[in-house]
Design a protein around this ligand. Structure first.
Ligand SMILES: Cc1cc2nc3c(=O)[nH]c(=O)nc-3n(C[C@H](O)[C@H](O)[C@H](O)COP(=O)(O)O)c2cc1C
Length: 364
């Protein structure tokens, strides 16, 4: 039994879609909770005006009846409100009549740091838009929706997941974040940052050391690296561990299998150890600069300036929400593998029986 997710959708196309398989029947899904996370993803002072345009709301087109899962594929849809400006430019069918609006003239100046050049070369696109539309982080909206469903499932076994910003542009407090963002905006530049996701309540035993693809640390790293612009992932103390001695690095085990420290970030041997799961992701500065970087025209080979398109100054607060969804998704998958069940009650009962078997409770 595993949870799987397939998504589709271009940034300015008609809609984003996700199909989730492997959910148990009987899970209550709260529409407001999904829309709340979609709103959190859009907010933040570094975001572009597009975010005001996109009042993302999830539509469910299959797998749910009266707010409760049926145990069948769950299909989620989020319409791109901005598509109204790109009706012809992003039309799935050949435009007829006198097509107008955004996206009609081809993009030939790839942005350094974006998928533009590599994507156009790989797929043979003369118009870079054919690459950037899917590479864009707009797709993260539907991942956030799926993550909200994963959080609902995890909530049934007492697991909560929360993401937060740690740094923006090298600054570590909110005052600094705002200041750095406004300074970068003024310079028509962009910023990156660091986010942290913590999952509380995960029992020991999610993930496995059986094979490298089973290791939860590897899976979380892949889930976070799968997000656009993430270039580094740490589990627990991560890179700092490399500079410590073993006596400083490892979390000693005390009676009741309790720990005073959690430098392992809740994972040992690729398996949750019962401590909070703590992961961090580093985001590079966004590649679309209002003062464009040097590039070369794909069609003519002439030097030029990279594409300038409405874009965020930084999206670190948004990344915190997207990373939270990615971690929730991966933990929910691992929990489905461990506890199975066609009905939610089977899943919950299996979790309870397992905790009983390992005598894992608060007063252990
Ligand atoms: C939530 C979020 C929002 C983003 N917004 C932008 C943006 O407005 N402009 C931009 O150039 N890149 C943005 N990015 C980053 C690009 O999508 C990303 O750098 C690009 O797809 C290339 O992928 P790579 O950085 O992983 O190599 C965003 C990323 C995330 C996670």
């Amino acid at each position: 039994m595993s949870l799987e997710l397939v998504t589709a959708g271009e940034s300015h196309g008609p809609a984003l879609v996700a199909i989730v398989t492997g959910l148990p029947a009987g899970l209550r899904v709260d529409r407001a909770a999904i829309d709340h996370d979609l709103r959190r993803r859009r907010e933040g002072y570094g975001r572009s005006p597009r975010q005001k345009l996109e009042h993302d709301e999830v539509e469910v087109v299959a797998g749910l009846r009266h707010g409760v899962t049926l145990g069948t594929p769950l299909a989620l849809l989020i319409r791109n409100k901005d598509h109204a400006n790109w009706v012809w430019g992003m039309s799935p069918w050949p435009p007829e009549g006198e097509p107008a609006g955004k996206g009609m003239s081809p993009v030939t100046l790839p942005r350094p740091g974006h998928a533009d050049l590599a994507g156009a070369l790989k797929f043979g696109h003369a118009d870079v838009r054919n690459a950037l539309e899917r590479a864009s982080a707009r797709s993260t909206a539907v991942h956030v929706a799926a993550g909200a469903v994963a959080k609902a499932l995890l909530g049934e076994i007492g697991v909560s997941v929360a993401g937060r910003v740690v740094e923006i542009g090298g600054e570590v407090d909110e005052e600094g974040w705002k200041h750095a963002t406004e300074a970068a905006r003024g310079d028509r530049d962009t910023l990156g940052g660091i986010v942290e996701v913590v999952a509380n309540g995960a029992p020991p035993g999610l993930g496995s050391y059986a094979d490298k693809g089973d290791r939860l640390d590897a899976r979380l790293a892949a889930a976070l690296m799968g997000i656009q612009a993430v270039k580094g992932v740490e589990i627990g103390a991560g890179f700092a561990l490399a500079r410590m001695r073993g006596s400083e690095a490892h979390d000693e085990i005390e009676p009741g299998f309790r720990r005073q420290t959690n430098r392992a970030g809740g994972i040992e041997g690729g398996i949750t150890n019962g401590e909070p799961v703590v992961v961090r992701a580093a985001m590079k500065p966004l590649p679309t600069l209002m003062r464009p970087l040097r590039s070369v025209d794909l069609a003519s080979g002439d030097p030029g300036e990279a594409l300038v398109e409405r874009s965020d100054v930084q999206a670190v607060e948004a990344l915190a929400v997207v990373a939270e969804a990615a971690v929730a998704w991966e933990l929910a998958r691992a929990a489905r593998e461990k506890f199975g069940g066609d009905a939610l009650s089977d899943f919950v009962a299996s979790h309870a029986a397992y905790l009983e078997r390992i005598s894992w409770h608060e007063d252990r």
